[in-house]
Design a protein. Sequence first.
Lengths: 524, 517
Amino acid sequence: MLAQPMTIQIIDQIQPMIFDLATRYRKTLRGCRYADIRVQVDEGQAAAAENGGSKHSTRDYGFAIGIRALSGNGVVAPGYFGRSLGAADLDSMERVVKDGLRHAHHRALANAERKTSARAEFGPLADALGSTTLAPIDIYQDTVPAQFEIDPRTVPLDELVALTTETSKRTLALDPHVKYTFISAFTLLTRELFCSSEGANIDQTFALTQGTCFIVAHGTSGTQELYDYMGHQRGWEALTRGVHEESIRFPDFRTFCANLTKDAVSLCNARPLKATDREVVVVTDPHYNTLTAHEIVGHPTELDRALKLETSYAGRSWLFRNLHEHQLGQPIASPLVSAFSDPSLPGYGHYKYDHEGTPATRVTHIDRGIFTGFMNSRQTAAILGVPPNGSYKATDASLVPLIRMSNTVFGPGERDPGEIIREIPHGYYLVGHRTPSIAESRENFRITAMKVYEIKNGQIGELFCNGGIMADTKDYLMKVDAVGNDFRLYPIPNCGKGQPMQTKRLGNGGPTMRSRARLTGISK
Amino acid sequence: MVSTAELAKAVEQGLAYLRSAEQVTEAELFAASNGNLLARLNYTSHIPCNGVEEPKSSESYGLGITAVFKTEAGITVGFGSEPSDLSLDGVKRALEKARRGAVADPEFSSLPRPTGERRRLRRYHDPKLMKIRDEELVEVGWRVLRGSLKTFLNSPRLMELAGAQDRIKELGLIVGGDVTIQQERIAIASTAMPEVQTDESTLIMAFITAMVEAKASKGSGCSAGTRLDQFTDAAGVEAAQNALAAIGGERIKGGKYTVIFGRQPVADFLNNLILPSLSLGNFYSDSSPFMGRLGKRVASSRLTLYDHGAQRGLMGSKGITCEGLPTGKTRLIQRGKLVGLLASYYEQQRILRDPRSIEKLGADPNEHGGAIVPRNGFRFWAGGGRQFGVQPGIASTNAIVQGGDQSLEELIGTVKDGLLVGRIWYTYPINGLRAGDFTCTVVGDSYIIKDGRIVAPLKPNTVRINDNILSILSNIIGVGKEVKGTLVWAADEVIYTPEIAVRNVRLDEIASFMEQL
């Protein structure tokens, strides 16, 4: 007998059982102090085309569980279990989840025993090995629906194939300099269930639609490889009609790809930018500042980095040396600069509850130049003695959540962006982010731009390719002397963190800003 | 974990069904079961912590079908998969997904065909790693952490710096990283290669970072193998020893230096810049810095690089690819000359028919078939092993830089004013892959060399490298003779390399404001 069709409605069917296992069954596991269970079901479709030829399309589902247990007879420690599932697991779902709970619990118990042994073996060096504690939160039972006009499940798969293939053909034919195009699109619904032994029972559904464009063009100055994404937590309409909201604006996907292609053609015939040994005046547009905010504000304000949990992977934070030496309350930017993470804003970083049931909260990181706070989880909030702010997210239920940005942005200013450029005798205007490279504790960065224009006497002049800027983070932020009123949000679809690495979608943004930095160019 | 026999049975029965399925002219069935078990460490002597922070696992199994359909509209090809179901029902569901998603790919020629090479590697996994228990997973994490803590506890240098043993913790000791165990089982057969093939591999590896944070010193340690019995605390001990050795780091001025790159930086260059540039897919898309250079010099004659997926005992070895083809040795750069590329069957067939192939490669692929043998079609995904739910892409297995004739001491002896760089970070092609420009920062395990000897540690996070990979490859002036395996965060391949000395590397001093915090 064929298993039943796998849809996001399965959550309705299994929710009482999952809640019961998290609350009542958990009590049967001796020494288990806390447990939570996350279930995720995705329904989506995708298509991709290269050089005008269709390559792939799919309509499929995803289904996964992730379990955390905090256990110990005395000292408490964590243990986890994750698994991808299929429709065939539905008939034995209770057994599968119980089995996962037992694995997580046994790992936590074994972990607690060894932590206790290490405390005895290493004396003062092991004083920091304490019992795992979660900061308290209000417990919620809630259902959060997805927002969309065109249900991702109702779009004919042929429509995705046609859109990607035709767009790939058109971009390839747009100009003889174009040598390669890759176009992809997906639209999906994700439904997430979170149940904890504390009684949380949260059911959230998200729509997500994204288009990707990668163009290779060859011209007089060599080859340009440009890529960009557009997308939103909305239905298929995000690509067919574009997005026309206050802070998120995209044309329809075909136009978006055509614009990027034209940029690639212009750039492959533009002169490469020359690097400078000294700082120059730079104006950066909202798209460029999306990546700047991501790298020099978002990442160093993740409390797991600050508390050294990412020392071996994604790095630490220059904002926090230890519990006594840190930058909280200190000036780290010009008084014109404010920055925050706000899950209530629309876009890729929008959500109501994080993956441990904490209500999503706006976190102010920089308030008029003063560093004010980190994104956190319940465990890291307990260490710092602050309230949890709902920033603990995983890319898939089978993976352990990490502290993640929501919509992390530079706040808007009051200046007209045109005026910010017009008052410069000489400088450079960086438009669109390209590729970042950030120092380990985020104290220095080099980020390339899609396009760099010279500014002469307040006028935008020659276009250069392969340019960017390099600066020390604090110096750069302190030297900001103008912030525009043109705040925008953009999607970041590929933020890597954790082990195994989780590639997360989130939102970043900001307005036009002006500061000083060294220009970077080609290295040959 | 699902047994190899169960996977093989599912593939055999499924293929029999696919042979008679309506409109199906070709089909391939790939079944896999993967376990990724990981003990993630976080020890901080000065901040509350768990020691072993995350003992965890992620498991999956299922099957994937690639099918070619003869329809009224012409030939189409599709892929579909079904998780957690190896029955005929699962096969039917995956086939319907493949049928629903099938497209007319104008560059598709056929599903993989035998290459004429023979499989060389069988029965190389460790049964104990396949059956590791929850307690053992936790134990391997603590074993490595205790190695670091013992090293710190017994360090006279830390005692001297702290003044008393109970104050050592105030120096901000950090141990992070993980022990990862990978369990992989696959079975594959197709209408073109109907005999069911299976493959089973295991891997245990540790990558550890230790710090004495108050002294801004950082050290790394890694170990990797295929056997649980051989796993020790070596990575933890090595990381702590390297952190202790790096105490007292100094800054340097920006400029051009001779740099001896240690194994991790070479691995980072390979993973982020060189191996992608040697992928046939990036030649198709005009994105490799080696475009048009097949058969021509691309590096110093001191450099020889190859991929070898069939060498017993190496961590990245596999018996067969995820296309069912034998793994083997692919020469990539031979004494500085580009002689081969990493290929999958699809990309090999596509470039053979590409009207721009000679322009792209610099040679006619039909006359240089040995340079593009499909030995690297794998279904790796998100560090989770060989996944049934994805189609093959190109991945290296064991990327091996051939050892030279100088010891590390001899290499250091040749450097008048330079650096030994042991760990770099965030190495990205900053202006697109083809331009070759890259940047990264030096984050630990590094030393200043004067007049042929090490004179001081280099302070971490004070130098950024801004250079071009083609220049780096051309400016190699020495290759060490001791080849060892090393790991790169989130990489699928394992790198075996010695140290490599390069002249005229461009460095910029960074983050001087940190000295005033």
